[in-house]
Design a protein around this ligand. Structure first.
Ligand SMILES: Cc1cc2nc3c(=O)[nH]c(=O)nc-3n(C[C@H](O)[C@H](O)[C@H](O)COP(=O)(O)O)c2cc1C
Length: 135
């Protein structure tokens, strides 16, 4: 079982209701039991999520998330074996849709509007590490 980090981006499905708190409470329970850690940023329109843990757990979690109709157009940004976790203290750290967070991520972006699908995995990780936790 190899330690693995996976990053994906997706779009909110505006036709389905999305309640961050509700989703997070069940996701965190599942992640704890699978020893999956990570971070999720919701921009108001898109999700950027990092999942880290054993390869089997990360793979299983990603496939479950990918079937969720609350988001769509899921794009895999990267999936690598890694030496250590970055978000080891969070069963799923959540960064909300704030002005501060948006401005911060633009520091790592080549465009002047947010286009996470055009950012490298390293930039996305660096950006997420620099955000303020919302919940
Ligand atoms: C943006 C987003 C992020 C999610 N993150 C996680 C997560 O980190 N872990 C998890 O188990 N479920 C996560 N979920 C929820 C799963 O998609 C799924 O609803 C949940 O794991 C329960 O699966 P089940 O309905 O097949 O039992 C996320 C859903 C969305 C829309």
């Amino acid at each position: 079982m190899l330690l693995t980090r996976l990053i994906y981006v997706s779009d909110l499905n505006a036709d389905v209701s999305f309640e961050a708190e509700q989703m997070l409470s069940s996701a965190r329970k599942l992640n704890k039991s699978n020893f999956v850690t990570g971070a999720l940023w919701f921009t108001g329109a898109q999700f950027i999520q990092v999942l880290e843990g054993g390869r089997h757990a990360v793979s299983e979690t990603y496939h479950r998330i990918a079937k969720d109709t609350r988001h769509q157009n899921i794009e895999l940004v990267s999936c690598n074996t890694v030496d250590e976790r970055i978000f080891q203290d969070w069963s799923m750290g959540f960064f909300g849709d704030t002005e501060t967070n948006r401005a911060q991520v633009l520091k790592f972006s080549v465009t002047d509007s947010l286009q996470p699908e055009r950012m490298t995995a390293d930039s996305l990780l660096a950006a997420l590490r620099s955000l303020e936790l919302s919940e």
